[in-house]
Unconditional design. Structure first.
Length: 307
């Protein structure tokens, strides 16, 4: 079975549907409030599990009611508790999310306990890095922890995937530990200095990111698909068309599809369609973890596309 280790965040998501996303200083009236499980790390861990991997997840949760709910949910998904760290005197992470009528979102995160995941604490789980075929990280936990995780995975020859979300500047020393960087257009723009608008500009940005040290880039372009670049080839994979109701968690589903496909020994050409299908299906349901598909759902979807 593929082994995927996720080191990252968990949040409780409070989501409201709105007719359109608010402008700066604007209040928009929306519908009912929905509370659900989220956080990029937790979403990616749950998505990888549902796609068929054995998953370990290193995360900091507060010792509060939200932390209890998240721990219970993760274990219910079949993710062992050995990486779940409970911290005192800091609340579990929370995200406030607005989703418009076309499924686009705006997210503000109160990271809380996620910022307590410092390298000293994550380092106690180093044996999990040795266990992993693929390490998957994001940027909702302290950057030194991401750096430690990537460097340790390199020592153990695990494949490293960094989803650089939420967007922030990163040093070349960290990027050079990344086997595959998976930014969206705005993250690729920030990290490369090249404004990414579609496959052509994504190819230029990808080359720039390779120059900065990453081994491969996979830039996600929403309905325009994804652009894979490894320095010898630039391949464009079109997106699978779906009626999007909520794109929250779609990027997380994509990263997990990629991680599971590669951890199972698949090629990039095999793993990327799996990732694309998981992301497409995640757009068709509301919420983050509520929308993440099972392996069977992804395979049925891919079969229907072929027939
Ligand atoms: O990627 C989606 C996630 O971003 C949400 O679940 C929210 O918690 C934020 O972390």
């Amino acid at each position: 079975m593929p082994h995927v280790l996720v080191i990252g965040s968990a949040n409780v998501d409070f989501t409201v549907g709105v007719p359109r996303l608010p402008q700066e200083g604007e209040t928009v009236l929306g519908g009912a409030l929905h509370a659900s499980h989220g956080g990029k790390g937790a979403n990616q861990a749950v998505a990888a599990r549902r796609l068929g991997a054995e998953v370990r997840f290193v995360v900091c949760l507060g010792r509060d009611a939200h932390g209890d709910l998240i721990a219970e949910q993760l274990m219910g998904e079949g993710i062992p508790a050995d990486g779940l760290i409970r911290v005192e005197e800091t609340a579990t992470g929370v995200a406030l999310i607005a989703v418009d009528a076309e499924g686009r979102n705006q997210i503000a995160v109160a990271p809380g306990a996620n910022l307590r995941l410092v390298p000293e604490l994550a380092g106690r789980h180093a044996p999990l890095v040795a266990w992993a075929h693929v390490l998957l990280c994001q940027l909702e936990v302290p950057i030194p922890t991401v750096h430690w995780a990537l460097a340790t995975a390199r020592e153990h020859a695990a494949l490293t995937i960094l989803n650089p979300a939420p967007a922030q500047a990163l040093p070349d020393t960290l990027l050079s530990l990344v086997d595959c960087l998976t930014p969206n257009a705005s993250e690729a723009t920030l990290l490369s200095g090249i404004t990414v608008k579609g496959p052509e500009t994504a190819t230029e940005a990808a080359q720039r990111l390779l120059d900065r040290g990453v081994r491969r880039t996979l830039i996600t372009l929403g309905p325009q698909g994804v652009l894979f670049c490894d320095g010898t080839a630039a391949l464009h994979f079109p997106a699978f068309p779906v009626q999007a109701v909520d794109t929250t968690g779609a990027g997380d589903a994509f990263n997990s599809g990629l991680a599971v496909g590669l951890a199972a020994g698949g090629t990039w050409e095999e793993a990327i369609p799996l990732a694309n299908a998981a992301a497409a299906l995640a757009c068709t349901k509301r919420g983050a973890q509520t929308s993440l598909p099972s392996r069977a759902e992804v395979e049925t979807f891919l079969r229907r596309l072929k027939s």
